[in-house]
Design a protein. Structure first.
Lengths: 109, 204, 835
């Protein structure tokens, strides 16, 4: 699927955010149940390492969205562009924000 | 604080957990008033002085009130939330902890040591020493709540949840079932009795 | 094709259109499908349910007014608070917003009706019948009594052996048919049935709000429908999805319920906010500030509200790190809300707001909703929620949010649009008196209740003792409740008197911006006599004569043709005109269909299982009967719509509205399937040591046949569409699709019979549910494939008219994808994931 049509781009950012929430939640449940905090990987405990990687991967997905937005800026009316930019900016902020528990290193208890 | 005391009042804390949460409440309550009053003032201003609010510029309000203001407030709140949350958790392996269990069923609570007999209605713990309460249920979902000591923890059949409570001073602290569990829901009271460590009839 | 002759005068046009769009009087009213009529019915019925729910609230407040209240016993009290919550959420709020959407949307968008008028009517009857079932159950003393979120195991068979829980599960599922059908309709109407020239960004802002709401209903309601089905199957047949003793888990219900339940709050609030965003600019005499920002925020709100569900489960023992995500998301949802509120504030601040009755209610909204929002941020903080959860603090919070976020905006809207419904002005004074009683009563009831909760009063207790500091607070709450009720009674009197005693008004008394005020008031059945071209977001601004010009037939379709009810569909983004949609006429089919659907629910409720297959077959048959009058037996070619533009009728277009409807229905279906797959993995995760051999050795062949048959049907369906477009004969391919589904359904049924006993443990139960899902889809696919064959034989299909093949083909594709997924999950779970 290409990032070109207005409806696709309007929703793209928040689809990424939805995925980040589901993936982080699923990995946390799995990791806490399997004792990942007690193992280590690359200097971090395994849980934090895995969650951190998933988080960074989702944030990185905003790069292609940003590029597509920059390319399409001219083709849309100001109002159309503003709403798509707003939705995706909020989605990026949300994706970063929702990962804060990983950064804070919250526990499994 | 006047009007806050009561045998089940979360605002009359008797342990560090409940105290931390009561502090959180007072901070948030004060913050809410600080946020609410200016917004209501702005709304009033739109009628008293038409156009005055708009002179600052529409987008400025959206950026300032919609993005910056909540951004600042929420960042502070989430940091405070995570710190408080971490502090109150029951961590496995915590030293000098008393492990007890709380088993709910329609419609009574029974308490006892991890592998000893259960007794109805009274959970005895040593004062001044943290206790991990292993909460579960034999039938439907109930919830273990001693508001003056700590937040609540659900008693779920097939699952054991652990709640950390600590009563610094000896005394009797009332508890109730907080999750609706059928017609007897209003009649499932219990007490946590904190006794001097080593007192007669005390805990192991 | 030449343009039909235009009527000689506006009156002649009105008469011609009324003859086509009108509903017959007397018993003929039961055949109504018109959006104005059905929308009004939804609103009036929702008001009636609100009155009933309000009476129950008064019963609750009477019981709690004093300690040891002797008015009700615990059994009756449980029924009363459960039905109060259920009625307000499912039978008042959701249908109310559906009613407003139906009444307003087509007129605002410049369409003459919703995209699927018969579906509106069918949804209404399902709502009325299902809702009545729940209300009647209270009269017979067998009402649901497990609380409005019906937590298992309290609502499981051993602890609720009576019919009470079944009434909730089946009654609410019946009502939810209307929510899903309304969502599909609203999506297609907003995306397709707009005036020519109305690009998405020229759409009245209310259209965006309803677009987001409908999308949320589509994804948000299916998890609860699935949960209800699973719980009903557990109660009736003992499949232990939620029973911890047999590998099930009570928390699965809570997840499924709150994945629905949290978005539900926003589904209720967002349309109300849409009404506010429509009214505030008009009452402030200034366009909405930050239209594009509001659109962006709405998208954010729609998604974020799905990421909050676990904040209802902070005390169930989930690891803090997992709670953290939901705590963070719950706080974050404040941002789009703040953008929204400051957009309104800025609009008011930039204009000259006038303090009319609707504005009074809007000001009430601001105060009450902001307070509810602030306490909402508080309970998003995990540690605080550990104390506040399940106490009266939550009761206070949720009433601030729902009364503030829904009731006040709806009352404002009632006073704003009532002149449109009746053509008369409200009786001034009554509405203002009512406002002060409701506003002061509401705050008296619920402000102190925060403290009651913080002082430790749990929710859902029918009695309490003196000495806890709750006594005075409860008495104040009860008095406040009765004051608020008096306010609502005055509103009711106002609503009853105004259509008779109100002063007649001219068109558009507020100087509004949007097209609904371009109709006559009260509106005629067809809404707009002709469809105007749209060049701006506020088509009425600066064009006071627009209404008269529309009535004179100067827009598009200012004439009638073949006695067809016609409206225009556009390209979904640009708003370029695309097709003429010919809508159905009034019919009794929706009523009959809802009655037959009801027989299925009643047969299940009363455990007459022999009747269930018959009821299902009858439902399928009567729904297929809807298609008898759809489509066309010949190609019409392009139709003139006026101003030199010619468009194809919808049955000759590439993507008719029915195609979109099927696509959206399948999206809802996918949400249901996703919930079931989630259930599978959840149970797998929580029951270590689950049995390994889910699929018996012979079962693998059956799984291959199940998925293979569906894939065959999908491929054949697609080829058939291609053949007929290329003017070839689709016959053999259509028959192959029938054969594919038949094979899939048969092998699914055999597999179901040879699988391990679903009553034994949760994992086999959920595996059986997956197989049943795939089999049922092959069964429906068989029906649709047969339908396609029949339509082709009847000559309803041509190179231009392919909808009758395209729509079933979508179903085939979906069935193939899900069947393949089921086969892979089952085979994979058996072979790989064995712990």
């Amino acid at each position: 699927m290409t990032l070109r049509s207005f409806p696709t781009l309007l929703l793209a950012g928040f689809v990424v955010w939805s995925s980040s929430l589901v993936v982080l939640y699923a990995l946390s449940s799995l990791g806490c149940a399997r004792g990942w905090p007690d193992d280590t990987l690359a200097g971090l405990d395994l849980l934090t390492a895995v969650l951190g990687a998933a988080w960074v991967a989702h944030v990185a997905l905003f790069l292609p969205i940003g590029i597509a937005l920059a390319r399409l800026r001219r083709r849309w009316t100001r109002s159309e562009f503003a709403s798509v930019a707003m939705a995706n900016a909020l989605a990026l902020a949300a994706t970063i924000w929702t990962g804060l528990p990983v950064l804070a290193g919250l526990s499994c208890a | 604080m006047g009007g806050c005391e009561g045998p089940l009042s979360t605002l009359d804390p008797a342990g560090p957990s409940a105290e931390a949460i009561a502090d959180l409440w007072w901070v948030m309550a004060a913050g809410s008033v600080v946020l609410l009053v200016p917004v209501l003032g702005l709304i009033a201003l739109t009628f008293v002085r038409p156009g005055a609010v708009g002179r600052i510029g529409g987008k400025a309000w959206l950026v300032g009130g919609g993005l910056v203001l909540p951004g600042v407030v929420l960042s502070a709140l989430i940091a405070f939330t995570f710190l408080t949350g971490e502090r109150l958790l029951a961590r496995p392996g915590e030293p000098a902890v008393v492990e007890v269990r709380a088993v709910a069923r329609q419609w009574e609570w029974r308490f006892g040591p991890m592998d000893g007999p259960l007794e109805a209605g009274v959970l005895t713990i040593p004062a001044g020493q943290p206790a991990h309460v292993h909460v579960t249920s034999e039938d439907v979902i109930h919830s273990f709540w001693v508001p003056r000591l700590a937040g609540k923890m659900d008693a779920i059949p097939g699952q054991v949840n652990v709640l950390r409570i600590l009563a610094p001073a000896p005394g009797v602290y009332e508890g109730v079932c907080a999750e609706f569990c059928g017609v007897g829901h209003a009649h499932m009271p219990f007490v946590v009795e904190a006794v001097e460590a080593g007192a007669a009839g005390g805990v192991p | 094709m030449r343009e039909p002759e235009r009527p000689s005068s506006p009156v002649a046009l009105h008469k011609q259109l009324s003859a086509i769009w009108g509903t017959a009087p007397g018993l003929g009213r039961l055949s109504a499908v018109n959006h104005t009529v059905v929308g009004r019915r939804f609103i009036v019925t929702a008001i009636a349910f609100f009155g009933f729910g309000g009476l129950l609230a008064m019963v609750i407040r009477a019981q709690l007014a004093t300690p040891a209240g002797a008015f009700l016993g615990p059994g009756v009290y449980s029924q009363v608070f459960t039905v109060h919550g259920t009625v307000m959420m499912f039978l008042f709020a959701i249908p109310m917003l559906e009613g407003w959407a139906m009444y307003l949307l087509p007129k605002m968008l410049g369409a003459r009706d919703m995209a699927f008028p018969r579906l509106s009517a069918y949804g209404y009857w399902c709502y009325l019948f299902g809702g009545s079932l729940i209300v009647l159950s209270l009269a017979f003393g067998v009402a649901p009594d497990g609380g409005w979120f019906m937590y298992t195991p309290l609502t499981s068979q051993p602890y609720s052996p009576g019919i009470n829980a079944d009434i909730w599960l089946l009654g609410i599922t019946f009502v939810e048919i209307s929510a899903i059908s309304a969502a599909v309709e609203i999506l297609v109407t907003v995306l397709k049935l707009r005036s020519p020239g109305m690009a998405l960004h020229r759409m009245p802002i209310f259209g965006w709000y309803m677009l987001v709401t409908a999308g949320m209903i589509l994804v948000g309601f299916p998890p609860l429908i699935l949960g209800s089905i699973l719980l009903e199957v557990e109660r009736a047949f003992g499949w232990p999805f939620f029973d911890p003793e047999r590998g099930g888990h009570p928390l699965l219900w809570q997840h499924l319920f709150w994945i629905f339940g949290h978005p539900e709050v926003y589904i209720i609030f967002i349309p109300a906010a849409g009404l506010l965003s429509t009214m505030i600019p008009v009452l402030s005499r200034h366009p909405l500030v930050g239209y594009a920002w509001v659109v962006g925020s709405l998208v954010a709100l729609g998604f974020l509200s799905f990421g909050l569900w676990v904040h209802h489960m902070f005390t169930v023992g989930i690891p803090l790190v997992s709670l953290g995500y939901f705590s963070a998301a719950s706080m974050l949802v404040t941002v789009p809300q703040a953008v929204q509120i400051f957009s309104w504030l800025s609009t008011m601040g930039s204009g000259r707001p006038r303090l009319d009755t609707p504005m009074l209610y809007i000001l009430g909204f601001f105060f009450v909703f902001i307070v509810g929002g602030l306490t909402g941020i508080m309970v998003a903080s995990v540690p605080f929620d550990w104390q506040a959860h399940d106490s009266h603090f939550i009761v206070a919070h949720l009433h601030y949010v729902l009364i503030g976020g829904f009731v006040f905006p709806i009352l404002a809207a009632a006073y704003f649009w009532l002149p449109h419904f009746t053509g008369r002005a409200a009786i001034h004074g009554l509405g203002k008196t009512a406002f002060w009683l409701i506003f002061l009563g509401m705050n008296a009831t619920f402000l102190g209740m925060h403290l009651t909760g913080l002082r430790g009063m749990p929710r859902r207790v029918y009695t309490y003792a003196d000495g806890y500091g709750w006594t005075d607070l409860n008495l104040v709450s009860s008095i406040g409740g009765f004051v608020m009720t008096m306010g609502f009674a005055i509103v009711a009197v106002d609503l009853l008197l105004q259509p008779r005693l109100g002063r007649r008004i001219r068109r558009d008394p507020w100087g509004a911006e949007t097209l609904e005020w371009a109709t006559a008031t009260p509106p005629p059945s067809y809404g707009l006599a002709s469809i105007p071209a749209i060049e701006s977001r506020a088509p009425l601004t600066g064009r006071p004569d627009l209404g008269a010009r529309i009535a004179a037939g100067e827009g598009y379709l200012g004439f009638t043709r073949n006695g067809w009810p016609e409206t225009i569909a556009v390209d979904l983004v640009s708003g370029a005109p695309e097709q003429v949609v010919i809508l159905p006429r009034p019919t009794y089919l929706p009523l009959a269909s809802a009655a037959v659907t009801g027989s299925f629910f009643l047969a299940t409720l009363f455990k007459l299982y022999w009747l269930v297959p018959l009821a299902l077959a009858a439902t399928a048959a009567i729904l297929l009967a809807w298609t008898r009058s759809t489509g066309s037996a010949k190609d019409h070619g392009l139709l003139a719509v006026g101003h030199g533009i010619e468009l194809p009728p919808h049955w000759e277009s590439d993507r008719p509205p029915s195609w979109y409807a099927m696509a959206f229905l399948l999206a809802a279906n996918a949400a249901l399937f996703g919930s079931l797959v989630f259930g599978h993995f959840f149970l797998w995760f929580v029951s270590p040591g689950a049995e390994a051999d889910l699929v018996p050795p012979a079962g693998y062949t059956l799984l291959v046949l199940l998925a293979g048959g569906a894939l065959l049907a999908s491929a054949a369906g697609r080829i058939a569409v291609g053949r007929v477009r290329a003017r070839g004969r689709p016959g053999p391919w259509l028959l192959l699709a029938v054969a594919g589904h038949a094979a899939a359904a048969a092998s699914g049924a055999v597999l179901f019979a040879v699988m391990p006993d679903p009553g034994a443990a949760a994992i086999p139960a959920v595996a059986a549910a997956l197989v049943a899902y795939a089999t049922a889809h092959a069964g429906v696919g068989l029906l649709l494939a047969t339908y396609a064959v029949r339509r082709a034989r009847m000559g309803r299909v041509s190179a231009r008219r392919t909808a009758d093949l395209m729509v079933p083909s979508l179903w085939h594709d979906y069935t193939a994808a899900t069947s393949l997924f089921v086969a892979l999950v089952l085979a994979g779970s058996s072979a790989v994931l064995v712990p």
